[in-house]
Design a protein around this ligand. Structure first.
Ligand code: HEM
Length: 498
């Protein structure tokens, strides 16, 4: 076209007619750019954005999203996929060997400094064991592990279980995930942070209600998919609630300083070179990491035992055999050691409905080609965010026969070396390597004591009209937690042995 024609054409454009088109194109281009896969990740299979976003809009829970959208790729042998969440594309590893190799190299794959501005980080803080790396992490980890390893508070777990049984009265239909949450709150309160929430006796204290409110507010799906919204549309009420809650932790800490007790926080405070902010941030981590997870695990265990009464009965017989000479009804360490079937049930429930669906993102420190267990390779470029997807690995057909099935037998029939191999690769509810959960021993004993006493005292079933009857229903959670929600179980005192 000659230049004069172009000039005429431009002069004749009717802006009034065109502006809706311009606006639409700008929005489309903006959205496309927002969700565009960075060039360096384009070689990896991608979970389509629209189904992912729709899944968040529908409030689909994390474990179901993973099983529906990611697991088919894992079952096709893909070692890794990319998923859009937290405002960016993240590599999800679904292969046991790569999971093991990445976990073994914490220098190259440190925890990512969260780039997303999620309000969760305002609550948890940054100067703690969970988000630190390098020398700072080593210091936090040493202090936390020393505190956790002083003793396993088996006696406290048992007396809290008795307190809960009193609260259960004569049984009947009980809101089980609420009761397990109250139990673990008191367990972590008294043994870890030296504060009695008195949740078993009094339900939710003002402190706990405030915590629940904060977590629910933070967990807004729109803000999880697009954390930038926190910047564009700051949620002042939630920020205020978080700051008030952090101040409550601060005052528990101040009280503890004046009134040391027999709890992990007191032991931690023996460390002279830690600051108050570090104590506080670790205390928040203990509180969050220490009760939701274990409560979810105990709810799931009881759910599966309700669904399979023959398993419940076999575990009860084992517990009663091991505690035949007990006069207190509280299992000793030695008696717990004689309950391998119960241990297998706990391990299987942690596999089939793992409380943490995936780990905190790691930042890849270099370009690397990682080789999966089946020989398939995944190129993971430097600076990508990498997540180890526990749910995908726990449900992969290649690793577990009938993965949806609760079958404790799979752990009973393993040789010791096979079990070690599984624990180092494909059974990872507590993660793997140096950064695995420092409280796994604590959490396993908490479940073993509680479950042994429960089996000894109670029998329970699930009503066929329960929404959980066909499949366990977890609640929506933003932080990779997958915990049964509104699970009612029917309890009655267990028949005494003849
Ligand atoms: C069944 C119960 C539990 C499960 C399934 C569980 C699971 C996990 C997982 C998967 C991680 C690794 C997170 C990551 O690296 O991305 C972790 C870390 C951690 N957990 Fe647990 N946990 C449980 C109970 C507890 C309890 C009771 C406490 C405290 C009393 C606790 C304290 C911690 C801490 C402090 C870390 C951070 C470790 C580090 O980064 O070095 N956990 N847990």
């Amino acid at each position: 076209m000659p230049t004069t024609d172009i000039t005429n054409f431009v002069q004749n454009i009717d802006v009034q007619t065109l502006w809706p088109w311009l606006l639409c194109s700008t929005i489309v281009l903006g959205v496309r750019n927002l969700f565009a896969v960075p060039r360096e990740l384009r070689h990896l299979p991608k979970i389509p954005v629209i189904p992912t976003l729709l899944s968040y809009v529908r409030g689909e829970v994390e474990d179901q999203r993973i099983k529906r959208l990611l697991l088919p790729y894992a079952n096709r042998g893909e070692p890794a996929v990319i998923v859009y969440a937290l405002g960016r594309w993240i590599v999800h590893v679904m292969d046991r060997k790569i999971a093991k190799d990445l976990s073994a190299d914490i220098e190259t794959y440190p925890k990512e400094v969260p780039p997303d501005g999620l309000l969760l980080w305002r609550f948890v803080g940054f100067q703690n064991i969970i988000l630190s790396n390098g020398e700072a992490w080593k210091r936090h980890s040493r202090v936390v592990k020393t505190a956790l390893n002083r003793n396993v508070p088996v006696g406290e777990f048992a007396s809290l279980a008795k307190k809960l049984f009193t609260q259960m009265g004569k049984g009947g239909s009980l809101h089980w995930d609420d009761l397990t949450m109250r139990y673990t709150l008191d367990a972590v309160g008294t043994t870890a942070i030296g504060h009695d929430f008195d949740a078993i006796a009094n339900g939710n204290s003002p402190f706990v209600s405030r915590y629940n409110h904060v977590m629910e507010s933070i967990a807004n799906p729109a803000y999880i998919v697009m954390p930038k919204l926190e910047k564009w549309f700051p949620r002042h009420a939630t920020i205020k609630a978080i700051d008030e809650l952090v101040a409550c932790f601060q005052s528990i800490l101040a009280y503890k300083k004046e009134n040391p007790g027999n709890d992990m926080l007191t032991y931690m405070m023996e460390e002279k070179d830690m600051t108050d902010v570090e104590f506080r941030d670790n205390m928040v981590v203990f509180f969050i990491a220490g009760h939701d997870t274990t409560a979810g695990a105990m709810s799931s265990l009881c759910y599966y035992m309700a669904k399979k009464p023959e398993i419940q009965e076999r575990a009860r017989e084992e517990v009663r055999r091991a505690m035949a000479k007990s006069t207190t009804g509280e299992p000793t360490m030695a008696e717990l050691g004689q309950m391998p079937y119960l241990q297998a049930c706990i391990r299987e429930s942690l596999r089939v409905n793992t409380p943490i669906t995936y780990m905190v993102p790691r930042a890849a420190g270099k370009d690397a080609v990682l080789v999966g267990a089946n020989g398939r390779e995944a190129f993971i470029p430097k600076d990508s965010s990498v997540i180890l997807n526990i749910t995908a690995i726990h449900n992969k057909d290649e690793y577990w026969s009938d993965p949806e099935e609760f079958d404790p037998e799979r752990f009973m029939s393993m040789s010791e070396s096979q079990e070690k191999e599984y624990d180092a690769t494909q059974w990872l509810p507590f993660a793997l390597g140096a950064r695995m959960c420092p409280a796994r021993n604590f959490a396993m004993y908490e479940q073993r004591v509680f479950a042994a006493m429960l089996l000894n005292e109670w029998e329970w079933t699930i009503s066929p009209t329960s929404p959980h009857f066909d499949q366990i229903q977890n609640g929506f959670s933003p932080f990779a937690l997958s915990l049964p929600k509104d699970l009612y179980l029917d309890f009655k005192p267990a028949a005494k042995k003849a």
